[in-house]
Structures are given as structure tokens and as C-alpha cells.
Ligand binder design. Structure first.
Ligand SMILES: [Zn+2]
Ligand SMILES: [Zn+2]
Ligand SMILES: [Zn+2]
Length: 321
């Protein structure tokens, strides 16, 4: 039961860190609560481990063994104390049929990673977001996987604090999602990308718009956390990058075509090939094939007004002579 106790202690200390007036402790709030969440997952793996080794499933390297009687058991390899990482927890939960909302978990993990790497003093709205989302996962997990009342396990102070943060966050988030949904984003990719809008000033994801127009690159946002007004053009490239991260990654590792590129018109990294235009300025590629040799033309070739790089080179040489 010690992993479970550690998990709860870690979450409680995280909340104390969060409530501390010392700003430097906000980062350790994030670390402790995230560590607590992972410990809960590891406790579940122990819980499901066979009786002969209750820590078996948290060990990285598990191998089958056969004794003299021909009986097969699984044993942790060597004396390695190494325990499972996030991906291995996901894999084991999936075959052990333990449900976690991994989409929310991945959001938390990504934001947590950014916060730990890019900030010395983490922005308050992002801390609240991480705490709110972690709380949802923590309370559901305690309730469904350990059949306990989260309020009893976490203690009333810790529970009340997290509940309040989560309530405020969720209602602001709902208002944000509702206001963004009023806009007709026109392009499917853009509709996906808008989910990744964050305030350029404080990184909050609680973004609202009063505009109700059909998509145009002039949509204005306001940050619900810090009040900062900003326009869509300021954030569209980072939103597209986030939304297309998966496709980009596959293109990079499997050698396929990049899903988006630099727009020759506005210079933003928002020319999405699937949409056939730039999501920032709606520029469409003018020349598909070289008029001289028929070769397919890229975004970079557009500047040559219908010639591929090679034919342009020949043409330049001819002019020079
Ligand atoms: Zn802000
Ligand atoms: Zn453009
Ligand atoms: Zn050509």
C-alpha cells in the first residue's frame, strides 16, 4: 500500500505548493501532482500483479519462466529496479483493460513539459489548467479503480481546493469552446487547429471571441485569464503546427509529403496541402505543373511563375547569354 500512500501524499503536497505565496513553488505543484497521478497508475499495476510478486507489472522487463514441474510464471528480469514509463503504463493498461482518458493525460503531459522547460516561474493560468485536468483524472481513477471516495482519500482541504480550481476552469473552458464554435471556420483543419489557441501573453487556453463572422483572418480573441486581446494571425501558425503534429511526424519518419508548408504570399507556415490553400491568407497555389517540362511544382517554385527550378535556371542562362 506504500505506493498508494505516496501517490496521495504527492498530490496533497502539490496542492500545498500551489497555495504557497512563494511563486517558485508553483512548478513543484505541477511536478508533485503529476507524479502523484503516475503513482496511482503504478499502484493499479501492483494491484493487478499476481500474488507471487505484487510489484511485477511495474517492472520494465518481465520474462516467462518454467519450473521443474513445467509450471509457467512471469518474473522480473535481473535485479533491475527500473519501473515502467508512461508509454508502458498505457500499453499495460490497454491489455489489462484499465480505462484512462489518455487524450486528457497527453494534454496535461505536453503542457507540463512546456512549463518545466520554458518557464522559471510558471504562468498561473497554465498551472490551474494542469491542476484542473489532473484532478478530473485523479478523482475518476480513485473512484473507478480503487472503489474509494476521492474526498475521503485526498482529505477535505485538498479535495475542496482542487474541486474549486477544476470548477472554475471547466466553466471558463466551456465558455471558450462555445464562443469559438460560433465561428464558421470554413476549413476542417482550421476547426481542429482552433482547439490549440493559447494566449501569446500568458499561455492560457481559456480564449474567447466576440466575433461571429464566417472565417476570416481577422478574427479577434480575448484571453479570459489575463484579458490580453490578440488576433488570429498571431497564433495561426502555431495552432496549425499543433493540429498537424501527427501527420508531420509520420511524414518525417516515413518519408511522406509534408502536410503543410510556407505560404509564398504571407510567409506563414500555414499552407495546408489538403485544404489547397493557406489558412492564414487563403492564398492558393497558381501553378501546378511546369509549363515547359510538365514537372510538378512546389510552393517554393511559385515564385518562378509557372516554371520549375530547372527550367527557370535554363531560362536565366539563356537571358544571360
Ligand atoms: Zn492571457
Ligand atoms: Zn498565406
Ligand atoms: Zn520545367
Amino acid at each position: 500500500m506504500s505506493i498508494y500512500k505516496n501517490a496521495i501524499a504527492s498530490i496533497q503536497i502539490g496542492v500545498e505548493d500551489y497555495l504557497s505565496p512563494d511563486d517558485r513553488r508553483k512548478l513543484s505543484a505541477v511536478r508533485n501532482i503529476f507524479a502523484g497521478l503516475l503513482l496511482l497508475y503504478k499502484e493499479k499495476l501492483c494491484d493487478l500483479s499476481p500474488g507471487y510478486d505484487k510489484e511485477l507489472f511495474v517492472k520494465i522487463d518481465i520474462r516467462p519462466h518454467r519450473d521443474e514441474k513445467g509450471e509457467i510464471t512471469y518474473l522480473a528480469a535481473g535485479k533491475s529496479k527500473k519501473t515502467v514509463n508512461v508509454q508502458q503504463i498505457k500499453d499495460r493498461f490497454s491489455t489489462l483493460n484499465v480505462k484512462v482518458d489518455w487524450e486528457v493525460f497527453d494534454q496535461i503531459n505536453r503542457v507540463r513539459n512546456d512549463v518545466e522547460h520554458y518557464y522559471t516561474v510558471a504562468p498561473e493560468p497554465v498551472i490551474k489548467e494542469i491542476l484542473a485536468k489532473s484532478f478530473i483524472l485523479i478523482k475518476d481513477f480513485i473512484y473507478h479503480q480503487f472503489q474509494e471516495e476521492p474526498v475521503d482519500v485526498l482529505g477535505e482541504d485538498c479535495w475542496r481546493e482542487l474541486l474549486q480550481i477544476a470548477d472554475v476552469y471547466e466553466s471558463e473552458k466551456k465558455a471558450s469552446v462555445d464562443s469559438l464554435a460560433k465561428i464558421d471556420w470554413k476549413y476542417g483543419t482550421l476547426e481542429r487547429a482552433v482547439e490549440f489557441v493559447r494566449c501569446p501573453a500568458c499561455s492560457s487556453d481559456l480564449i474567447k471571441t466576440d466575433d461571429t463572422v464566417l472565417y476570416s483572418n481577422a478574427v479577434n480573441f480575448t484571453c479570459s485569464s489575463c484579458g490580453n486581446p490578440f488576433s488570429f494571425t498571431e497564433v495561426v501558425s502555431s495552432c496549425v503546427a499543433e493540429a498537424m503534429y501527427g501527420e508531420s511526424y509520420i511524414a518525417m519518419t516515413d518519408g511522406g509529403d509534408e502536410p503543410y508548408g510556407t505560404c509564398p504570399e504571407c510567409g506563414e507556415e500555414t499552407y495546408v496541402f489538403e485544404e489547397g490553400c493557406c489558412l492564414s491568407c487563403e492564398y492558393e497555389m497558381q501553378y501546378g505543373e511546369c509549363v515547359r517540362c510538365g514537372a510538378g511544382l512546389s510552393l517554393g517554385d511559385q515564385i518562378n511563375e509557372g516554371l520549375c527550378g530547372y527550367c527557370q535556371h535554363l531560362y536565366d542562362k539563356m537571358i544571360d547569354e
